[in-house]
Unconditional design. Structure first.
Length: 347
């Protein structure tokens, strides 16, 4: 288990530039299935770092390798500059929050939260005080005497969080922690988790398959596909400058045009759509219109080949107005700096 607070040496190492987590050449197979196929990654101290990718892309396996629950077949795991590849999970300065919470059902909420402190031999009274402080921190004051079954899903998830941060780990690993919650609660918890991470000032390594969640919460993110990382960057980087076709499609809408042997992407909200008579931009026909409340989404087939998705805010348009635009001739234009060429060297 982690120490109560990072030691001076830890802080110094962090300030000196040793990343909170560094993975080098990590591989892990299960029989014929290659779960992680060579992952290199450096996560800075205090970062909110997300592993984003579809189901089966190797996110959980990577997280479990960091925690020590999985041994990699090859590669090295470092925490704060120290090689922990062969160190047991309990001796690593990280804690994990799982999607299914994994609370001890026979213990009270307070006993669950105190667990890590009891294992370390902290006195009962001190444990109680610290557990209650943690429950306040996750906005569950006074619920310490309940059993997990007496809580809602969202409350249980916050108990799991309190239990994971009670002994002050420098790194917290979270595997789809909001996956079981409904949309509204999930959005509230996204904001809460982000605030908590900033407040604690520790490193979060956060796994999700939800691109919107990744874009909202992360300082930086790594996009996984089939056991490999396709791109690492800030949300704006990854969204606006996808480096591969997979990233362009998985993070946001894939708008790819082939022009003169180059493949370029343009995000839907960066495209201006005007009447054909405007005479500027590429001519095309609106093939479909989907009214989605705040915006309307159009698919436009271009005369010179390919199609693009365009979104428009419904400032003055009603659903009726929007739907009547199907089949209309239009022109699309965009600023060159809002396009990005896929697979271009050196970007
Ligand atoms: P993700 O978390 O991105 O959904 P995982 O890391 O869980 O992906 O899984 C990656 C691949 O490894 C999947 O094909 C999965 O079926 C396989 N896998 C993961 N864990 C095991 C295991 N314990 N035994 C066999 N196959 C596994
Ligand atoms: Mg997973």
């Amino acid at each position: 288990m982690a120490t109560l607070a990072p030691t001076a040496a830890d802080t110094e190492a962090a300030a000196g530039g040793a990343p909170a987590v560094r993975l080098t050449g990590i591989r892990r197979s299960y029989g014929a299935v290659v779960a992680v196929a060579g992952v290199d990654l450096a996560i800075g101290a205090g970062e909110f770092f997300t592993l984003l990718g579809p189901s089966g892309s190797g996110k959980t396996t990577t997280l479990r390798v960091i925690a020590g629950f999985e041994r990699p077949d090859a590669g090295r795991v470092e925490l704060q500059g120290v090689d922990v590849t062969h160190v047991a999970p309990s001796q690593r300065a990280v804690n994990t929050v799982f999607q299914d919470y994994a609370l001890f059902p026979h213990m009270t909420v307070a006993e669950n939260v105190e667990y890590g402190l009891r294992v370390k031999g902290m006195r009962r009274r001190d444990r109680r005080v610290r557990a209650e402080t943690m429950l306040e921190r996750v906005r569950l004051p006074g619920l310490g005497d309940r059993k997990p079954v007496q809580l809602s899903g969202g409350q249980r998830q916050r108990v799991a969080l309190a239990r994971a941060i009670v002994n002050g780990p420098p790194v917290l690993l979270l595997d789809e922690p909001l996956g079981a919650l409904d949309l509204k609660l999930r959005q509230e918890m996204q904001i809460f988790l982000k605030a908590l991470q900033q407040d604690l000032g520790i490193t979060f390594v956060y796994v999700t398959h939800d691109q919107e969640e990744a874009l909202t919460m992360s300082d930086r993110m790594a996009v996984f596909n089939e056991g490999r990382i396709e791109q690492v960057g800030t949300p704006a980087d990854v969204y606006e400058h996808p480096q591969t076709e997979f990233v362009a499609g998985f993070v946001g809408v894939s708008n790819i045009l082939e022009r003169e042997g180059r493949r370029i992407t343009i995000r839907p909200e960066k495209i201006r759509m005007s009447d054909e008579a405007a005479g500027e931009g590429e001519a095309g026909t609106i093939r479909s219109v989907v009214y989605v409340g705040m915006v309307t989404r159009y698919v436009v087939g271009l005369d010179s080949g390919g199609e693009l998705v365009v979104v428009r805010q419904n400032l003055e348009t009603s659903s009726q107005d929007a739907l009547s635009e199907q089949g209309k001739r239009v022109r699309l234009s965009w600023r060159p700096e809002h396009t990005y060429e896929i697979g271009k060297e050196g970007t």
